[in-house]
Design a protein around this ligand. Structure first.
Ligand SMILES: NC(=O)c1ccc[n+]([C@@H]2O[C@H](COP(=O)([O-])OP(=O)(O)OC[C@H]3O[C@@H](n4cnc5c(N)ncnc54)[C@H](OP(=O)(O)O)[C@@H]3O)[C@@H](O)[C@H]2O)c1
Length: 325
């Protein structure tokens, strides 16, 4: 028994450090065999309400569908209500008795985030789970209406503001959990403390994407501390490589070369769903992949100090229109 447990841990470690096999469906299938069938248990989310951003396609839609399958009432946070409605119909087609609705929330637009949070405050008694899944990988540097670089606004500023505005609703839940869907791409990037808006140097969408995914992971700790008094736990995870409309549009060549090995959206969604629904609250402030905590760095050059994180956190709070604590 001890030997097979050690073998499973060793395999998990090797899959993680060799990157490509671990991120592919090979890693998922190998690890999945070691997880208990009843975790999360059926009906684990019964009576809970979850908001999933970017839930009209890919991993976000798969997270929403899985939470619905576990009994949650799910709000699909989307920037295009028509696309949200299509996803709602698809999810409900599996079981018409489930509760799924569409909430307009363009996370790159601070005004839209504020409006969405106000609507939730009027309509919900509490919010149990918030999944920051919406993601973009732009071709060129774009600024939002608020004057922020698009990936920073989408992956960091909007989620910070939304979390803060719904924190009172989440504080009313028994075991509230916030989950960031980050990316393994963040391993390549240090923390862009001196240029969070990517104003300097040659802009590359993939770099901006990875930098802001790095920020999500770096800010998970401070956010966990900030929300601990309200009992809200904060987690980040990466899904591996999953075949989604986002990958097809942003990385067509990568998809062509790796397609047979890519995870399904549901496999990419698994750890976010597990973090939302597993019975024992996972420890707050950590970074996860395939249901285990993972290192935040593989490269020496990406390491940063607590002071770097504090400075970035302060910049992002101000940029999101929040008071700095
Ligand atoms: N697929 C992978 O292998 C992979 C790997 C690592 C990390 N991830 C992460 O997983 C998450 C989901 O990605 P995916 O692969 O499923 O891509 P996807 O199919 O393109 O899904 C992204 C979703 O985000 C939504 N979105 C983008 N900007 C938004 C905004 N401002 N407000 C609200 N929603 C917005 C999109 O809505 P529209 O339909 O309106 O564009 C879409 O529903 C992302 O955070 C991504 O970084 C994916």
């Amino acid at each position: 028994m001890a030997r097979s447990f050690d073998a499973a841990r060793w395999l998990d470690f090797v899959l993680d450090r060799t990157i490509a096999p671990g991120y592919s469906r090979v890693g998922f299938v190998a690890r999945h065999r070691c997880w208990p069938d009843d975790d999360p248990r059926p009906g684990a989310m019964h009576g809970s309400t979850a908001l999933v951003t970017g839930a009209n396609s890919g991993i976000g839609e798969a997270i929403a569908a899985a939470l619905v399958g576990l009994g949650a009432t799910v709000l699909l946070g989307v920037r295009d209500p028509e696309r949200g409605e299509r996803a709602r119909r698809e999810i409900q087609a599996a079981d018409p008795n489930t509760e799924v609705s569409v909430a307009r929330c363009d996370v790159a637009d601070l005004g839209s985030v504020t409006e969405c949070a106000a609507t939730l405050a009027e309509t919900l008694p509490r919010l149990d789970v918030l999944v920051h899944n919406a993601g973009v990988l732009p071709d060129e540097r774009v600024e939002t209406a608020d004057g922020h670089e698009l990936t920073l606004a989408t992956h960091v500023l909007g989620p910070l503001l939304l979390t803060e505005l719904v924190a009172p609703l989440m504080g009313a839940a028994a075991d509230p959990r916030v989950i960031f869907v980050a990316s393994g791409g963040m391993y390549t990037q240090p923390l862009a403390v001196d240029d969070p808006e990517f104003r300097d140097g040659q802009y590359r969408g993939a770099t901006a994407y990875a930098r802001t995914k790095r920020m999500q992971v770096a800010l998970t700790g401070p956010l966990a501390e900030h929300y601990a008094p309200q009992g809200i736990s904060v987690h980040s995870m990466h899904p591996g490589w999953a075949d989604t409309p986002g990958i097809a549009a942003a990385l067509p060549r990568f998809r062509r070369l790796t397609r047979p090995l890519l995870r399904t959206p549901a496999q990419g969604a698994d750890t976010a769903v597990w973090l939302a629904a597993t019975a024992q609250t996972p420890p707050s402030g950590r970074f996860w992949h395939d249901r285990r905590t993972r290192p935040e760095h593989y490269l020496r050059r990406t390491h940063y100090t607590d002071e770097n994180v504090r400075r970035l956190y302060q910049y992002c709070c101000r940029a999101a229109g929040l008071q700095v604590s």
